[in-house]
Design a protein. Structure first.
Length: 189
């Protein structure tokens, strides 16, 4: 059994802080890491595939899995939309000898850290400021102004949870953030 067994890296951030970019970077940099695919009750979008971006479950399937205790953790992120981590997914990765990388929202990150304790390294990626976050979301131009404001308000609340994480990285300069996260994860693994 490799010493990576049961190791878990948790990445959380407010929307637009650069979490997906840093997540991709870690997966390329550390071959032992495998991304945990979450389950969701929301519908597939665009190019998404079942089992790649998410395990897409119907509402009743999600309910059934809650009932049979199939989740490590789950939550209702938006009304009627649930996300969760399946125990079968952890088993799949650990059986393959890998360490797990979680790319989850802030509440999920706090929950997973509670579940895994010292086996987990939780990293909070913080935008340099809410102003910069707003600019980034505007530059993306994928959201309406109302939707951007919602994300900013949510980010404002989420940043209050930063102190629950083992490490905080302020993503001001991406190169610098990559360097920091690489060091932290390397030391942990």
């Amino acid at each position: 059994m490799s010493n990576h067994h049961c190791r878990v890296v948790i990445l959380s951030a407010p929307s637009g802080a650069g979490k997906s970019t840093l997540c991709k970077f870690l997966l390329e940099r550390f071959p032992c890491l495998t991304l945990s695919v979450s389950a969701t009750s929301r519908a597939l979008r665009g190019e998404e595939q079942h089992g790649r971006e998410y395990y897409f479950l119907s509402h009743s399937e999600f309910e059934d899995k809650i009932g049979t205790n199939a989740f490590v953790e789950w939550e209702e992120v938006y009304e009627g939309v649930r996300y969760g981590t399946l125990k079968s997914e952890l088993k799949r990765i650990w059986d393959g000898g890998g360490a797990i990388l979680f790319d989850v929202d802030v509440k999920g990150g706090v929950r997973l850290k509670e579940v895994f304790g010292d086996d987990a390294l939780s990293i909070f990626i913080e935008p340099p400021s809410l102003e910069v976050l707003r600019e980034r979301l505007l530059a993306r131009a994928t959201d309406s102004l109302e939707s951007i404001q919602k994300r900013i308000d949510k980010a404002h609340k989420e940043i209050e949870f930063a102190h629950y994480f083992d490490q905080i990285i302020v993503n001001d300069d991406l190169e610098e953030a990559m360097h920091q996260i690489e060091q932290i994860v390397e030391d942990f693994l």
